[in-house]
Design a protein around this ligand. Structure first.
Ligand SMILES: [Mg+2]
Length: 418
């Protein structure tokens, strides 16, 4: 079997998402995904990845992971890494379809049938423009599963609702707006009180029955992150996440050593060497590896093993797209040291179904992967035909050279060969 084409699919309504389909000459197609900078990722996939992959055996996943890492751009979660992460997911999907096995079996089999989830309290439009992780890109709306708005305005009520659904963990980021105001260099007593208020409301409403993760989005300097951790102690949060940037490893360690709260980090870190440094020097208590930013499932499974050797669990990151969640879930049921799986209700109960079919099954407060061969998720039928969808193909699909771009591709023509 040979790789015959690389196809990217972007949708205007979700400008950070890139889907990639790896086509083969035997008609099996694998689906991958990454998030942020979709047009740049698309350009890299067609200019650099496609020439390297077309004609190659798609089952040589580890080899392709090494080759695509390249000479530059391999150490961080930049365009090169995000692009090869998306390819890697698609190659695992192909391996699963060829072997007739769900990806979790190819990772060594399940160590658990399902894993507990926590709800990241983002809404349906969270970080849904190209401007990145910022308060201005929160996309606040009101309505069903608009959990960021609820976390701000009625956190106790939201905690009660999540518990009634069986979800026992929730992540919020009440400090972000104050970080942006000071550049992360200080927080006033008044702002500290305002940021702590939602956590106090959650405790007042549901007591200790809800695990609260406090996301800090790498916005703070070390002294201020330590102050915040100290102020949080009395509320016993489950973890603080990314209190400082993950490349400030001694800074992370200085935060971690002064608090009894677990420090989670790693979602923006790439590669095994990146995680070795984070685990060895950063003193983290959970590795939040992202399958679509770190180098793919290939890297993430190595990271899980490496974390185990450091006595640290993995808690795969997901606040991006539906294929990422599928890939995470296969890893999370296979890795013996998986702690929790991140999820977003606004995604899995909302917009994911406008883009994809299938994916993991969420039952109350736990998630399990699809048992279908591969990742168990496909693009929604007709997605390529919609207004605002941009399809670009490099290579041959079936017997047809499909190289080129189109705002639509007729599925009937396309799928006749795929
Ligand atoms: Mg995070």
């Amino acid at each position: 079997m040979r790789i015959s084409a690389i196809e990217t699919v972007r949708v205007d309504a979700f400008p950070n998402l890139t889907f990639v389909q790896v086509h083969t000459d035997e008609g099996i197609t694998g689906l991958g995904e990454t998030f942020y900078g979709a047009e740049a990722v698309e350009a890299h996939l067609h200019a650099i990845a496609a020439p390297a992959l077309i004609g190659e055996d798609p089952l040589q996943i580890e080899r392709h992971a090494q080759r695509l890492a390249g000479y530059v751009g391999y150490t961080g979660s930049g365009v090169e890494t995000r692009a090869r992460s998306a390819i890697d997911l698609a190659l695992w999907d192909i391996l699963g379809k060829v072997s007739g096995q769900p990806v979790y079996n190819l990772l060594g089999g399940r160590t658990r049938d399902s894993i507990d989830i926590y709800n990241t309290c983002a809404g349906s439009a969270y970080v849904n423009s190209a401007t990145g992780q910022a308060v201005s890109n929160w996309g606040l709306k009101t309505g069903r599963y608009e959990d960021l708005e609820a976390a701000i305005n009625r956190p106790g009520e939201l905690a009660t609702e999540l518990l009634s659904q069986g979800i026992t963990g929730m992540k919020i980021w009440p400090f972000d707006r104050f970080a942006e105001a000071s550049g992360g260099t200080s927080i006033s007593a008044r702002d500290m009180g305002a940021a702590l208020a939602p956590i106090r409301h959650i405790r007042d409403s549901v007591g200790d029955s809800m695990a609260v993760m406090v996301e800090m989005h790498s916005l703070w300097d070390v002294p201020t992150a330590r102050r915040i951790a100290s102020a949080l102690e009395e509320y016993d949060p489950f973890w603080i996440e990314d209190p400082v940037r993950s490349d400030l490893r001694s800074g992370l360690a200085r935060v971690a050593e002064r608090t009894s709260i677990r420090v989670a980090a790693g979602e923006t870190v790439a590669g095994l060497a990146g995680f070795e440094a984070l685990l060895h020097e950063g003193g983290i208590g959970a590795a939040t590896v992202d399958t679509t930013w770190s180098g793919g499932l290939t890297t993430a499974k190595h990271v899980a093993a490496l974390s185990a050797a450091h006595g640290v669990p993995v808690a795969p990151h997901d606040c991006t797209g539906p294929v990422a969640l599928s890939a995470c879930t296969h890893l999370a049921v296979a890795a013996p040291n998986a702690l929790l799986q991140e999820t977003v209700r606004a995604g899995y109960l909302g917009w994911y179904s406008s883009l994809t079919l299938g994916g993991p099954i969420i039952d109350g407060g736990s998630i399990r992967p699809s048992d279908d061969p591969g990742l168990g998720i496909e693009l929604a039928p007709g997605l390529r035909n919609r207004d605002g969808t941009h399809v670009r193909v490099t290579g041959m699909v079936g017997t047809t050279d499909r190289s080129g771009s189109a705002d639509h591709v007729r599925d009937d023509l396309f799928q006749a060969h795929s």
